[in-house]
Ligand binder design. Structure first.
Ligand code: PGA
Length: 247
């Protein structure tokens, strides 16, 4: 059975002091019903891993090279040294604002797998693609390129976050039917690429305006194994409600 995984994506929010205070407040409400984590800014990761006991700490990006002349970048060994275990890869903000493409995202995923870390690989269509009926094609194409040339056993341990861009930070969450259907397509594409074991084991998250009021309906869907949560993961109160809702 797939253990659910709920991850907050803090984006460019929280200082070190705010990170420590948040994690100290959240730790006591965690439970075994799911894996819980937060994606924190690079600057807060050391304090985050030092403070966390059961909360998984994720970075929000990494480079695929281990070192070199890449001003401003952070490598996988640097994150590993801090005790980071998960990395969000290919978030739509990185794809859209920082021009990350499928080929480099594939290299990042490969480097993380080599380091035995868990990529949280993000995909999802724009509003225009949704309106044009291209959602399924976008999902399959992004997965085919981003998860190219991996081993089935490695894919089985990954997390894939399906996040329709029109639902991110808009309050306009996808209906549970749309979310389930798209997460099913994700799993089917993994089946096509890597077979049944990978497809049945990979954890698929829905992301896009997830909040305490709607988390339960997503979690009840057959192909949804968790959520990637932006806005509602920033406040102890709302993240606690989400954690309690998935008990
Ligand atoms: P949101 O963000 O929950 O604020 O919509 C989700 C995300 O960007 O991962």
């Amino acid at each position: 059975m797939r253990k659910p995984i709920i991850v907050g994506n803090w984006k460019m929010n929280k200082t070190c002091a705010e990170t420590v205070a948040f994690i100290e407040a959240i730790e006591p409400v965690l439970h075994d019903g799911a894996t819980f984590g937060v994606g924190a800014p690079f600057t807060a990761l050391k304090d985050a891993t030092a403070t966390a006991k059961n909360l998984v700490i994720a970075a929000e990006n990494c480079h695929y090279k281990d070192n070199g002349a890449y001003t401003g970048e952070v490598s996988v060994p640097m994150l590993q040294e801090l005790g980071v275990t998960h990395v969000i890869i290919g978030h739509s903000e990185r794809r859209q604002m920082f021009n990350e493409n499928d080929e480099e995202l594939n290299l990042k995923v490969k480097r993380l797998i080599e380091a035995e870390m868990t990529p949280i690989f993000c995909i999802g269509e724009t509003e225009a693609q949704y309106d044009a009926g291209e959602t399924e094609n976008v999902i399959r194409t992004q997965l085919a390129a981003g998860l190219k040339d991996l081993c089935p056993k490695c894919v089985a341990k990954m997390v894939i976050a399906y996040e329709p861009i029109w639902a991110i930070g808009t309050g306009k969450s996808a209906t549970k039917e749309i979310a389930q259907n798209c997460c099913h397509i994700v799993r089917d594409q993994i089946r096509v690429m890597y077979g049944d074991e990978a497809a049945d084991s990979v954890r698929v998250q829905y992301g896009g305006s997830v909040k305490p009021e709607n988390i339960k309906e997503y979690m009840a869907c057959e192909d949804i194994d968790g959520a990637l949560i932006g806005g509602a993961s920033l406040k102890v109160d709302s993240f606690t409600k989400i954690i309690e809702a998935v008990k």
